[in-house]
Design a protein around this ligand. Sequence first.
Ligand SMILES: *[C@@H]1O[C@H](CO)[C@@H](O)[C@H](O)[C@H]1NC(C)=O
Ligand SMILES: *[C@@H]1O[C@H](CO)[C@@H](O)[C@H](O)[C@H]1NC(C)=O
Ligand SMILES: *[C@@H]1O[C@H](CO)[C@@H](O)[C@H](O)[C@H]1NC(C)=O
Ligand SMILES: *[C@@H]1O[C@H](CO)[C@@H](O)[C@H](O)[C@H]1NC(C)=O
Ligand SMILES: *[C@@H]1O[C@H](CO)[C@@H](O)[C@H](O)[C@H]1NC(C)=O
Ligand SMILES: *[C@@H]1O[C@H](CO)[C@@H](O)[C@H](O)[C@H]1NC(C)=O
Ligand SMILES: *[C@@H]1O[C@H](CO)[C@@H](O)[C@H](O)[C@H]1NC(C)=O
Ligand SMILES: *[C@@H]1O[C@H](CO)[C@@H](O)[C@H](O)[C@H]1NC(C)=O
Ligand SMILES: *[C@@H]1O[C@H](CO)[C@@H](O)[C@H](O)[C@H]1NC(C)=O
Ligand SMILES: CC(=O)N[C@H]1CO[C@H](CO)[C@@H](O)[C@@H]1O
Length: 875
Amino acid sequence: MQTTYFLFAGALVLLHFIATSSATIIVANNHNNSASDLNALLAFKATIFDPQRIIPTNWSTSSSVCNWIGITCNARHHRVAAINLSYMGIVGTIPPELGNLSFLVWLNVRNNSFHGHLPTELSRLHRLKYINLASNDFEGEFPSWLGCLSALWYINFEYNRFSGSLSGRLSNFTKLETIRLIYNFFTGNLSEEFSALPKLTVLDIQFNQLVGPLPQALFNLSSLQIIGFTNNSLSGYLPAHICDYLPQLKGLYLSLNNFEGEIPSGIGECSGLQVLSLSYNKFRGYIPREIWNLTTLTRLVLGGNDLTGEIPKVIDNLYNLEKLGMENTNVTGILPQEVGNLSKLEVVQLTSNRLRGPITLKLFNISTLQFISLSENSFSGELPSTSGVFLPNLEELYLGENTFTGAILTSISNASRLRVLDIGGNHFTGAIPHSLGNLRLLEVLSVTNNDFFGDLRSNGLSFITSLANCKNLKSLRITGNPLNGFLPKSTGNLSSSLESFHAGRCGIKSEIPSSIGNLSNLVELYFENNSLTGLIPATMKWFLKLQRIDLSDNQILGAIPSEFCNLLNLGELGLGQNKLSGMVPSCLGNVTTLRYVYLNSNNLSSMIPTSFWSLRDILELDMSGNCLTGSLPAEIGNFKALVYLNLSNNQYLGGIPSTIGALQDLQGLSLEHNKLQGSIPDSMKNMLQLRHLDLSFNHLEGVIPNSLQVLLDLQYFNVSYNRLRGPIPHGGPFANFTNLSFLSNEALCGAPWLQPCASIFEHESRTKRIVMVVLLTSGSVILALVISIFLIRLKLRKKILAPTQNLLPMATFERVSFHELRQITNGFSESNLLGSGSFGSVYKGIRENGMVWAIKVFDLQPEGFGARIHAQWKP
Ligand SMILES: *[C@@H]1O[C@H](CO)[C@@H](O)[C@H](O)[C@H]1NC(C)=O
Ligand SMILES: *[C@@H]1O[C@H](CO)[C@@H](O)[C@H](O)[C@H]1NC(C)=O
Ligand SMILES: *[C@@H]1O[C@H](CO)[C@@H](O)[C@H](O)[C@H]1NC(C)=O
Ligand SMILES: *[C@@H]1O[C@H](CO)[C@@H](O)[C@H](O)[C@H]1NC(C)=O
Ligand SMILES: *[C@@H]1O[C@H](CO)[C@@H](O)[C@H](O)[C@H]1NC(C)=O
Ligand SMILES: *[C@@H]1O[C@H](CO)[C@@H](O)[C@H](O)[C@H]1NC(C)=O
Ligand SMILES: *[C@@H]1O[C@H](CO)[C@@H](O)[C@H](O)[C@H]1NC(C)=O
Ligand SMILES: *[C@@H]1O[C@H](CO)[C@@H](O)[C@H](O)[C@H]1NC(C)=O
Ligand SMILES: *[C@@H]1O[C@H](CO)[C@@H](O)[C@H](O)[C@H]1NC(C)=O
Ligand SMILES: CC(=O)N[C@H]1CO[C@H](CO)[C@@H](O)[C@@H]1O
């Protein structure tokens, strides 16, 4: 970037400095003090670890410090004037003794591993003109004493870990020309900076964490050539007359901040501006017309703002332009053919705008172009027939997501440096030309979602053979074209560097050739939604880097090959909707990387091997629509990360294990159309993320646990066609479920469309309980005991015990139904539990009239019933 400015021949400048400083030494220093230089450098040597072992031997007291490597003395007085230890891989700190090098002019330790804080003793280096600490691990604040070093001309602290505020610290450098603080952690705002910097030329504080507006004083520093604040969090407006006092400005780098308002038209006064980089801010409004008069511009970078207007014909004023970056700016209109006059253009980035119309032939005549992206616009028409002919330097061409039509012209293969060709999401048609194979450097080819077509006779996939010439091909994407052909054997001759192969929805009607196993660097293979037949080739065992494979929705036969168990990077296995049969291979339990497994709608049979349930990190598992049998093992609770589980439409037997409640991230559970028995586990109340629960068409019995009312995210619930009984919960999500959720069960009750529950009330509780109700007034403990009801379901069934007279010290009775008690305690949920003891538990319930009740529930064995009551409640 701007580093090209001020690239002086370092050594020459150094000599110049040393020479000028030695001239002043004679006056300043009339006694020989080189002993202190030696001490200082020995102290420095002691803090340094030099992995190349140069300094420990070279910095020897047997020779003068002036002969030490990296040390330069001034000629007349043999005092240390310069230290240059750059690029030596040194680890160490700067010792305070270095402040004794009173004749030091030049300090360069660039690109080492120095760390720690800068000692304040360095403030004694009054002759220091140049300090370069770039690319180390220094930390601490920007030293306030640096302002005392009035001779400083150059400061470079970039790529360190300096932090804190710069406030008030960038002033009084009357000779400073360059300050580079890129890539540190400076924070705070700049409100008081920038006074007394009459010579400042380069101010570069890109990639820090500064906030607030740019201070006005900055725009008065008339020698400034470079202003760099890319990637901070600066905000506010740019001054209208931004350039009036910056006649020398060459580079304005303000991208990736929060600046707002309009881009000031005063920018047109910066007549020497070469780089204008304002992208990814919050600028709005029109692009000022004055910008198009900045004939010196080489880079115009405005992307990621919400700008209005069109790209004008006068863009060809900018005849020095090398980069035009206007992606995501919401500009409209057509791309004027004058763009084609910009004969130095290298990068045209216009992704994601509202540009339309055909693209001008002249764009394809700019031989300097390296990068073109017109993706995500509304460009249309056919590509000019000479596309590519005059683009010898083009490396990346993105035309995706437009409405281009016509064929890909063979002339494109003249763009012989092309590495990326992405024309996906258009209406290109015809055959995919074999001439693409001439693009020997091609790395990415995407033609997805077009109208390229073919048939079996011509084989629409035959171009694959020619792509064998592209030895660097990493990504081949042809998904979504009616190619209607077959995968040639030569598929295996594609570059072994191929990582990504997408050929879904292409109408492929063949087996997968076993030669595909040659593509040993594949990371993703997507062949979904074709008419693939035959077996999955065993050669896939060579895909040791494979992470995702999707062969779903084909007509693949045979067993799931155990070769998949070798693929220890596999995360996604999609084999659904095929004709696979046999067992799920038990070795699959070794592929612990699996996250997404879709084996649905095949003819898989037998049980899921137990080893499979050890895959603890699975997120989605769909084995629905097979002939799987056996019972759901308790280990299902191991799948703690599971978000989606579908085992519906199989032959599962037995109960739903209560461990299923451990799947606390599960959002979708489909177990419908099996032969599951037993009750719905109460533990399901812990599956708080659940949105979809389908248990229909099984043989489930018992009640719907009232505790499921806590599943507030539940949007779909279906327990139809089971043998459930008892009341349907009212609360939580159940308020929204209709009869369609509960069709055809044995004895459900309580919902508006069903019988009331009273008549079958005594059936409902399977636990044996006695319930006492204790009235609480707020703030007090138990004041009065008002025992209303005991509901006990004993072995002597169907008998509701009458309240036992001798247990009642006072007599204000109120009858409350068990149902209401359960409702006001949220089904005796844990959140309503006030306490529990040997006797049982006390729950809090709030009735409709606002009264708070404490409800005591005794855990009773039928035998001990009488005795326990007396023990507890004898007055
Ligand atoms: C400093 O040292 C580096 C690496 O040895 C060298 O490339 C560079 O020219 C030196 N600079 C000066 C000014 O001597
Ligand atoms: C130290 O290195 C310098 C420069 O390479 C060389 O001239 C000098 O002889 C070396 N001194 C010793 C003691 O190795
Ligand atoms: C200073 O002392 C050093 C060594 O002690 C000697 O080499 C040098 O010539 C002396 N310089 C002056 C100016 O006396
Ligand atoms: C050099 O610096 C150290 C530490 O800053 C100090 O103690 C010492 O007196 C100074 N002078 C000499 C001649 O070493
Ligand atoms: C800068 O110089 C002015 C005038 O000499 C002085 O008042 C001010 O304190 C100095 N600021 C700093 C930060 O040194
Ligand atoms: C651009 O420059 C031309 C020629 O110097 C001048 O006529 C025109 O007014 C300028 N346009 C703007 C917007 O400054
Ligand atoms: C683009 O501009 C149109 C009309 O000027 C406006 O309605 C739309 O919100 C803008 N889009 C964005 C993403 O700013
Ligand atoms: C899993 O891998 C281990 C060691 O790699 C092997 O011994 C074991 O048989 C494998 N398990 C299955 C089920 O294949
Ligand atoms: C019932 O459905 C409505 C509308 O879909 C929704 O806003 C509301 O939150 C739902 N209630 C419950 C308890 O899920
Ligand atoms: C330009 C240069 O040599 N940079 C090096 C700086 O040091 C790091 C290691 O700390 C190297 O990776 C860079 O190549």
